[in-house]
Design a protein around this ligand. Structure first.
Ligand SMILES: Nc1nc2c(ncn2[C@@H]2O[C@H](COP(=O)(O)OP(=O)(O)OP(=O)(O)O)[C@@H](O)[C@H]2O)c(=O)[nH]1
Ligand SMILES: [Mg+2]
Length: 325
């Protein structure tokens, strides 16, 4: 396991891949906005001058071996120790000056994650074609499936608490990381709030790393898989209901025939209906079992959260032992 790099109260984390045009400005803006904070740029072997410019601007540059934004955020949670983490992109699209107010809001609300939303104050060209639609689609799905109010799930500007960073163990490797952060936070009953911030366009010459269709597919897949893991009863009940309906449709003929004549001539349909009925029962049973497992996991998370707070309160060198799951 990686050792913590340092123990700042607030740290700013900026994942970067080839952002030489903007990274220095982002680092200096955050340094000005949060004078006491440590600023880290996580670089995935950029082929341009990103690392050098970030270092020259005063950031600590950490090289991340595994490519992808999700891998970088997981790396960050393993090596950095802070009370509050501010996460932002290195492309100069977010407003660093808003950071103190966002932190203040997180602390005063006693929340664990603040998502800085971009929809209210964005420049005309800030969102690429389809990104607005995709963002709304995923945000609405999450709001419905997890019964929450999420308006901008793909925002990369977030303020996170120590508890959340230590207890959310990410699986995401790429741009599905924001979706997973929000879903795990909601599933683990952390308090998630939102606050609007201005959102600028990427400056000319700098390029987005997001692949609209490829990453869109990965984000939807991530949502689907996490819903299965964190809401297993709902998920498998829906699967069971589907099997049950098809089973009833297939089985209605043979049942009515048996009722009228006392014989079953439609044997293949009867076998199909029985098979689907068994699958429906198995799916529902799987849902029930996984629901119990998930409830035990919830209790474990509560326990770990309490332990993390206790360790921190006792000033245990600010070096948490990672919960193992
Ligand atoms: N370290 C690291 N950072 C990455 C990687 N991919 C993207 N990033 C950074 O993650 C941040 C967000 O990436 P963007 O390409 O701006 O994606 P986006 O903001 O979702 O999409 P746009 O709206 O098109 O800008 C930027 O700071 C990127 O440099 C990666 O593989 N490794
Ligand atoms: Mg961006």
């Amino acid at each position: 396991m990686d050792k913590p790099v340092t123990s700042p109260q607030i740290c700013v984390v900026i994942p970067c891949f080839n952002e030489e045009i903007t990274v220095a400005g982002v680092v200096t803006d955050f340094a000005r906005a949060l004078p006491g904070a440590r600023i880290y740029v996580f670089d995935n072997a950029s082929t341009d001058a990103t690392a050098a410019r970030a270092r020259a601007a005063g950031a600590e540059v950490i090289h991340s071996a595994l490519k992808g934004k999700g891998n970088v955020v997981r790396h960050m949670s393993n090596v950095l120790d802070a009370d509050i983490y501010v996460m932002a992109d290195g492309d100069g699209t977010y407003d660093a000056a808003a950071a103190p107010a966002l932190i203040e809001r997180l602390v005063s609300a006693g929340a664990d994650m603040l998502v800085a939303t971009r929809l209210e104050q964005h420049a005309p060209g800030s969102f690429r074609v389809f990104h607005h639609f995709g963002n709304r689609l995923v945000s609405n799905l999450v709001s419905r499936l997890f019964r929450a109010t999420v308006t901008d799930i793909l925002s990369g500007y977030r303020v996170l608490s120590r508890d959340l960073v230590k207890l959310v163990r990410l699986r995401a490797e790429g741009f599905e990381v924001e979706t997973e952060l929000t879903l795990q936070a909601l599933a683990k009953r952390f308090t998630v709030i939102e606050s609007p911030v201005p959102y600028r366009e990427r400056p000319k010459g700098s390029h987005s790393k997001l692949d609209t269709w490829g990453d869109g597919y990965v984000i939807l897949k991530c949502l689907f898989l996490l819903f299965k893991d964190y809401k297993p009863l709902v998920f498998f009940s829906a699967v069971a209901a589907l099997f049950a309906v098809v089973s009833l449709v297939a089985g209605s003929g043979p049942v009515l025939e048996f009722y009228r004549t006392g014989l079953v001539n439609q044997v293949p349909r009867a076998i199909l209906a029985a098979g689907l009925g068994i699958l429906a029962t198995i799916s529902f049973a799987v849902g029930l079992i996984l629901d119990t497992v998930s409830k035990y996991h919830d209790e474990q998370i509560d326990l770990w959260r309490q332990q993390i707070r206790e360790q921190h309160r006792l000033g245990a060198g600010r070096t948490e032992r990672e919960p193992r799951n």
